[in-house]
Design a protein around this ligand. Structure first.
Ligand SMILES: [Zn+2]
Length: 184
């Protein structure tokens, strides 16, 4: 059985998630605040998909499709899940700490999707441009994970990954300033 995630799986989930986007949810989270963030719609979707555990991570594929190999492809360590991949994996921690904010992802203290929801819907003043930085980091991390998944021989250049991430953050900040909107 081909154990690679199927493209249609995530597209279908993303489509469903768009239809189901609430203004608040059972966890008492006011999603309006997240939808009003002044970041690209694509990045809001990334926050939403991580918060709602909608990405085809290995643990989700195990549950839905019965795949057997669920180990994180980036560190060959623990079972891949949203929390493990985006906040606990050694490669993720290196990306966070290697970025211009020198942040330690463990400081976010995220052990469940609910914890992440609290972070994105809370006061994001612990980090400059926090929503933008978090969303772009998650997106870059997911893209890198997919590259490694599909090319096990890939030589990962974290300096380049982080450099591209910082460039993207700068571009978003500049484009918003160009709009006369200097608050992200
Ligand atoms: Zn890992």
């Amino acid at each position: 059985m081909d154990q690679r995630p199927q493209g249609c799986f995530s597209v279908k989930l993303a489509y469903r998630s768009i239809q189901e986007i609430p203004t608040s949810d059972a966890r008492g989270v006011n999603w309006q605040k997240v939808w009003k963030l002044r970041i690209h719609e694509r990045l809001k979707m990334m926050l939403w998909r991580v918060s709602s555990n909608l990405l085809p991570t290995m643990d989700n594929l195990e549950q839905r499709m019965g795949i057997a190999d669920t180990v994180c492809v980036c560190c060959n360590g623990e079972k891949e899940s949203v929390v493990q991949l985006f906040f606990q994996c050694a490669m993720t921690r290196a990306i966070w700490f290697g970025s211009n904010c020198y942040y330690r992802s463990e400081l976010l203290n995220i052990n469940s999707c609910e914890d992440f929801v609290k972070v994105v819907s809370g006061d994001l003043d612990f980090l400059e441009h926090a929503p933008l930085r978090i969303a772009i980091t998650l997106e870059a991390r997911w893209n890198l994970r997919n590259q490694i998944l599909h090319n096990k021989e890939l030589k990962v250049n974290l300096v380049s990954v982080i450099g591209n991430m910082e460039l993207m953050i700068l571009e978003h900040i500049r484009s918003k300033k160009g709009d006369g909107k200097n608050h992200l």
